[in-house]
Design a binder for this molecule. Sequence first.
Ligand code: ADP
Ligand code: MG
Length: 305
Amino acid sequence: MGEFELIRHYFRDRVQRSDVRLGPGDDAALLQPRDGCQLVMTMDTLLAGVHFPHDLPPHAIGYRALATNLSDLAAMGADACWCLLSLSLPTINRGWLDGFCNGLFQLADTAGTSLVGGDMVKGPLAITIQATGQLPAGQALLRSGAQDGDIIAIGGAPGEAAAGLKQWQRGQHQGHLVERFCYPEPQLALGKQLRGQAHSCIDISDGLLADLGHILEESGNLGATIRLNQLPTSAALAAAADTEQRIDWQLSGGDDYLLLFTQPASTPLPLGCTAIGEIHTTPGISLIDATGKMHSPHGAGWQHF
Ligand code: ADP
Ligand code: MG
């Protein structure tokens, strides 16, 4: 199968959104944004061995590659509309491509996102996806809007993906935690619900503390208190580790792709969200344990450089 046949078979002849005037096949895609909307763009690269284990099934790789991008759109409060895929493959392996595409399009179809173009090169396994969303002008959720007195809330139970990755590396390739690593769910509906309500928002890719740090810094060097006994803990996570390891995963483990946001204390939280602390003006993050004791955090999350 040649390059063009391959593109046609795997990527081209798919049902597209009605606002895709021209999808894969021409020199570039042609899209029709809604009147009065702003475009929201993001891009993420996944490298084998860095962002996912070499032995992860292609289905999970395809799903995850799109999920990490759509999560960025969710964190802005955007609808996820279109994406581009750049695929670097060492060889043409039909079985691998079948799995990869099934995973990618499973999420694309659920999220209402169309793949409108891309590129293919021969090289080490690497996947880059560029995703574009849209939202009513002026309504984007930014990292920079947190205010003194805001509550800090999270869209689910953190730490599960880090625990799942650890299990995968130890050879345990099944179970709830592994699923959470392989198939993160971008919180698009929550992001949309938070428009006009949250003062600031980010998705947790590098760990709760590290990503909260970005909100604090971008919001004018504010500070935060996190109450450890309020961190949502899933039964699966509690069963997988002792308390210290669990809290470490919850605070510093990446890959959860949950939304972390701040909003006025008086506003009710959306369903499924939990208040875990508050914003204040004294810079830095304080952790308060179940007995009321203060800790300062060590290990601030994953950084590449
Ligand atoms: P060009 O040489 O003009 O850049 P390509 O041969 O790279 O064009 O691509 C031809 C068409 O196929 C383009 O419309 C491109 O968007 C699409 N395409 C190529 N690779 C992919 C891919 N991995 N996924 C989706 N569409 C793709
Ligand atoms: Mg061209």
